[in-house]
Design a protein around this ligand. Structure first.
Ligand code: SAM
Length: 280
């Protein structure tokens, strides 16, 4: 297959810049540029879009995003050792790659980009879920981003797309599915990474809907869902009793049995309950 750009192969980049993978930074690199271009394509047509990438590392996915036509990529990387490799990519794509050294959990860089915005990343596993929850719970909706295309451990990806009645269904599924369409678009075996992680991975594509599927106040819904799944094995009348003293009446009003357990309540059911709790 043709090279996606004129830069050196990623194995050479890693050797030249001494980028031995650090476990503490969740470093499992993708070295196959055809694979990183394929992941970038899962984000949809990037032409005319700004892209936020978290954790570019040696830049395999970054190169995929640029080769696929992103107007601009802003890449936030915590490991300063990666900066010289990323500077070479920036030089090959003049004016299209901004690299910011820092911790993505401590920086808010989304407001430096111009919509339409896509977020695409092979996330460090230790910070992936926290970043996802932040992106899914902005103060206003629709969010500043159009879509999230993110690599997770397979088990986390399954939690995002899980349906009620399954073990994987929980807070992440409700937050992701309430006002987004979320689907798993690729599966990757451990051997796709260097070094290989212990478990398989999957890419999730999450598209923001213009408005939520069901009305609810975001803060109330988040409180209801957090309380319900914090004690997921308990009946809802017990796990939610701290929310409002008349929780049994609220549950009855929306047709949910007080003896029901959180993992069997649909996203629509949680939204109805949040509306009822909000007016209590
Ligand atoms: N995108 C590269 C690839 O696909 O080969 C690297 C992916 S690797 C799984 C995760 C990357 O995130 C590493 O480069 C790591 O240094 C970086 N990273 C870890 N924690 C970070 C944080 N809090 N903020 C920004 N980058 C971080």
């Amino acid at each position: 297959m043709a090279a996606i750009d004129s830069l050196p192969p990623l194995r050479d980049v890693i050797a030249t810049h001494g980028l031995s993978a650090k476990k503490a930074l969740g470093q499992n690199f993708l070295l196959d540029l055809n694979l990183t271009a394929k992941i970038a394509r899962q984000a949809g047509d990037l032409t005319g879009m700004d892209v936020l990438e978290v954790g570019p590392g040696p830049g395999g996915l970054t190169r995929g995003l640029l080769a696929e036509g992103a107007r601009k990529v802003m890449a936030v990387e915590k490991d300063a050792r990666c900066l010289p490799a990323l500077a070479e990519i920036a030089a090959a794509y003049p004016g299209r790659l901004d690299v910011i050294e820092g911790d993505a959990l401590a920086l808010n860089v989304l407001d430096r980009l111009t919509p339409p915005i896509a977020i695409c990343a092979n996330l460090p596993y230790n910070v992936g879920t926290e970043l996802l929850v932040r992106w899914l719970t902005p103060e206003v909706w629709p969010p500043v981003w159009d879509s999230l295309t993110l690599m997770f451990q397979k088990e986390v990806a399954q939690r995002i797309v899980a349906q009620p009645g399954s073990k994987a269904y929980g807070r992440l599924a409700v937050l992701a599915q309430w006002r987004c369409e979320a689907q798993i678009v690729m599966h990757l075996p451990p051997e796709a990474f260097t070094p290989p992680p212990k478990v398989g991975s999957a890419v999730v594509h999450i598209k923001a809907l213009p408005k939520p599927k069901f009305d609810a106040d975001a803060k109330v819904l988040e409180r209801v869902v957090a309380a319900a799944f914090n004690q997921r094995r308990k009946m809802l009348r017990a796990s939610l009793k701290g929310l409002t003293p008349d929780i049994e009446a609220r549950l009855a009003e929306v047709g949910i049995a007080p003896t029901e357990r959180a993992e069997r309540v649909s996203v629509e059911g949680f939204c109805a309950l949040a509306r009822s709790v909000a007016k209590a």
